[in-house]
Design a protein around this ligand. Sequence first.
Ligand SMILES: [Zn+2]
Length: 256
Amino acid sequence: MSARVRMSELSWVEVERRLARDAIVIVPVGSLEQHGHHLPLGVDTFLATAIAERGALRIAALVAPVIPYGYKSQPRTGGGDHFPGTTGLDGATLTGIVRDVVRELARHGAKRIAIVDGHYENEMFLTEGVDLAIRELRRDGLDDTRVVKLRYFEDVPEETIRLLWPDNYPGMALEHAALMETSMMLHVAPELVDLAIAPDEPSALFPGYDVYPPDRSLVPPSGALSSPGRATAQFGEHLVETFVDAVTTALTRGLA
Ligand SMILES: [Zn+2]
């Protein structure tokens, strides 16, 4: 089998062949969202794609083109939508894109589909898109499509937390543009990271509720919600391998 996993680089004949072998099709979903001064807007897109492609090579899956826009950035998880370039979709738009992509893949014979999410705020809109696609497919008489949906960062093993955050793990929501994503970008696309201008501020302190319109004064001016200060490519490699393991295990179990 060819080592090529990107659907966009394959002919329809090759896609037909692989779907006939019941290949899993992975759809990465990212965002175009601020990630501090030191990282590019496409971090969630780059990382979801990198994990999907590395995982696909291991389990002979296909990778559909990434959905590069996500749901609107929220202050407590992504800094908010006031940073230039941060471009969010309405929930119904994202839901509709996911519904259409899942339905189209299924219509051509994909029976095992995976949504790998890289952006915190997407979660329930992806769920809704999958749910609507399954409902539509059932009505069309296609009832053998199964979908696994997960955030690649869903489970961070205890040993990884001890290695990266020996003193104080801020929690995944505050890891935005911080140690984890910065390290992974240093491994996956180091040319897009500028550590020399990485902020070194304490983690943001948010109340346990949201106010609309958001209070921007609660968001660190750089947009990074915790310090990326100790980020290294070695940490990044460890994280990428850990998440590729977790995602491939989830897909092979969930779509067995
Ligand atoms: Zn991110």
